[in-house]
Ligand binder design. Structure first.
Ligand code: RBV
Length: 447
C-alpha cells in the first residue's frame, strides 16, 4: 500500500497539519536532552555551520528533531530523510518542516518513496552526510561508480543526469554498528571515497545507546506490538553483542522464565553463561521459544529449518538495523495464510496449522512498533553526532588527506560528552589528588 504524501520542493511528508502535536513532542524531548541543549546553545552563539549543507539519513523521531535543531541553531541548511521505512514519526516531520528543515520522510514508506527521499537529500549537494545504516553514503557511491539497479533507477528520477555529487562532500558520520561494518568493508576494499567518523564506536555511544537504549526500546516494541506477558516466557536472543546484552538484561528483569542466547563467538557465549543465561544453537532454541529477537547484524539468523521446528504462537522480531535477520521469504514460502492481526503483528499459518507471529515486518522492532531509544539515551548519542559534524567542518582540509577511511571521534570529544552528561544528571565524580595523579603517571613510584 502506498501512503499519500504532501509534497513541495522542500519536503515530502504525511501531513503538515500534525505540526502542533509535533512541536509539543519536540519540547518533551528537549527537556530530556540537556547535553544536546548545551551544545545547541553554543552553536547558536558560534554559528559553526554557516553556509554548510548537512544531509542526514536518520530515524525521523522526536530525538532526531533535537539534533536537527542544534544544526539549525549553528546556521546549517538541513536536509533529512528516513533511515528506515517504518521509523518516521509523522508529527515530528511536520514540526520540523515548520522549523525550516527540508524533510523527506513518512511512516510506512514503500521502496519507491524511501529512495526518492534519499535522492532529495542528495540533490541538496550536502557538504556533510550523517547516516544511520549507511544507505545515504552507499547511494552516493553507487552514483559515482555509475552502477544501476532498482534503487538507483528511483534516485535518478529525482536527480536526472546530475549524479556526480560525492566530490563536494567533506566527510560524514555514522550512527550504528551495521553502518560501520558496511563502511569499514568499503574502506578495506578501497571503495570509500571520503572519511566517515564512526560515532557508533565511541564509548559514550555504544556503552549506553546500544545496551540500555536497545534493551528498553526493543522490549517496548515487543510489548506495544503484542501486549503479551514476558514473565514466564522462554525468551531467545540471537547475538550477545552490546544490543543483545541490553535486551537479555531487560528480558530477565521482566521475569522471563528462561533467557536463551545464540552466539557464534566464544567470548560472548561465555559472558552470557556467566550472566546466568543459557547458550545453544538456534535450531534447539527455536523449538522451545515463546519470543525470539535477533540482534546480530547478520542475515538469515532465523530461517526455514527454524520455522519448521517452532512452537505455535511464537513471536518473532528483530532489533538489528536491516530486515534480513529473519528470512521472511522462507516464512512466506512455508505459509498457507497471512493475516495482519494487529498493527505490527503479521500472523503466518503454516501447512500443519501452526501460527508464527512476525512483529514489525521483521524491521527493527524498537523503531517500528515503539519510538526508538528514549531521549535521555539519544542525548549523548546525538551530542556526539553534533560534535562530529562540527569536527568535520573545522577539519575539512585535513580530512582531505585522510580520504576514504572510517575514523574515530577524538577521545577528548567523547569523554567531554560523558562528563557533561554526568553533570546534567547530578552525578559528582571523584577528583584525583596531586599525589594520586603522580602515582598513576609515574612508573618510578613503587607499590
Ligand atoms: N536510534 N535512534 C533512535 N529515537 O531517534 N532510537 C534509536 C531515535 C538509533 C540508535 O542510535 C541505533 O544505533 C540505530 O538507531 C539503529 O538503526
Amino acid at each position: 500500500m502506498t501512503i499519500e504524501t504532501e509534497k513541495r520542493e522542500n519536503y515530502e511528508i504525511k501531513d503538515l497539519s500534525l505540526k502542533e502535536e509535533g512541536l509539543r513532542t519536540m519540547e518533551w524531548a528537549a527537556s530530556r536532552m540537556p547535553v544536546l541543549q548545551l551544545i545547541k546553545k553554543r552553536f547558536e552563539d558560534e554559528k559553526p555551520f554557516k553556509g554548510v549543507r548537512i544531509g542526514a539519513c536518520l530515524h525521523v523521531t522526536k530525538e532526531t528533531s533535537q539534533l536537527c535543531e542544534a544544526w539549525l541553531a549553528g546556521g546549517a541548511e538541513v536536509y533529512l530523510c528516513a533511515s528506515n521505512p517504518l521509523s518516521s514519526q509523522d508529527e515530528i516531520t511536520a514540526a520540523l518542516v515548520s522549523k525550516g528543515v527540508n524533510v523527506y520522510a513518512w511512516k510506512f514508506m514503500d521502496t519507491e518513496g524511501y529512495y526518492r527521499a534519499i535522492a532529495n537529500v542528495i540533490k541538496s549537494q550536502p557538504h556533510i552526510t550523517i547516516d544511520d545504516g549507511a544507505d545515504l553514503v552507499s547511494i552516493l557511491h553507487k552514483l559515482k561508480r555509475g552502477e544501476t539497479d532498482e534503487e538507483i533507477e528511483i534516485v535518478k528520477k529525482v536527480l536526472g543526469d546530475d549524479t556526480d555529487i560525492i566530490d563536494g562532500v567533506w566527510g560524514g558520520a555514522e550512527e550504528t554498528t551495521t553502518g560501520i561494518i558496511r563502511l569499514q568493508a568499503m574502506a578495506d576494499d578501497g571503495a570509500l571515497l571520503y572519511p566517515i567518523m564512526a560515532t557508533n564506536s565511541s564509548p559514550s555511544k555504544n556503552l549506553f545507546d546500544n545496551v540500555y537504549g536497545t534493551g528498553q526500546s526493543s522490549i517496548d516494541g515487543i510489548l506495544r506490538a503484542t501486549a503479551d506477558l514476558i514473565a514466564s516466557k522462554v525468551f531467545v536472543i540471537a547475538g550477545y553483542g552490546h544490543c543483545g546484552k541490553g535486551v537479555a538484561m531487560r528480558a530477565k528483569g521482566m521475569g522471563a522464565r528462561r533467557v536463551i542466547i545464540t552466539e557464534i563467538e566464544p567470548h560472548a557465549a561465555l559472558q552470557a553463561v556467566m550472566e546466568g543465561m543459557e547458550v545453544m544453537p538456534m535450531i534447539e532454541a527455536a523449538k522451545i521459544a515463546d519470543i525470539i529477537i535477533t540482534a546480530t547484524g547478520c542475515k538469515d539468523v532465523v530461517r526455514k529449518e527454524h520455522f519448521e521446528v517452532m512452537k505455535t504462537n511464537c513471536n518473532l522480531s528483530n532489533t538489528g538495523h536491516f530486515n534480513v535477520e529473519i528470512n521472511i521469504p522462507d516464512l512466506e514460502s512455508l505459509a498457507v495464510d497471512k493475516v495482519r492481526i494487529r498493527p505490527f503483528v503479521d500472523q503466518y499459518t503454516l501447512k500443519d496449522g501452526k501460527k508464527i507471529n512476525l512483529l514489525g515486518e521483521g524491521r527493527l522492532i524498537n523503531l517500528a512498533a515503539a519510538e526508538g531509544h528514549s531521549p535521555e539515551i539519544m542525548d549523548t548519542s546525538f551530542a556526539l553526532q553534533a560534535l562530529a559534524t562540527e569536527y568535520i567542518v573545522e577539519n575539512k582540509e585535513q580530512l582531505k588527506n585522510i580520504g576514504g577511511n572510517v575514523i574515530q571521534i577524538p577521545d577528548d570529544i567523547d569523554s567531554n560528552v560523558a562528563y557533561l552528561k554526568c553533570e546534567a544528571i547530578g552525578i559528582n565524580l571523584e577528583v584525583l589528588t596531586p599525589e594520586q595523579e603522580k602515582y598513576l603517571s609515574s612508573w618510578r613510584v613503587g607499590t
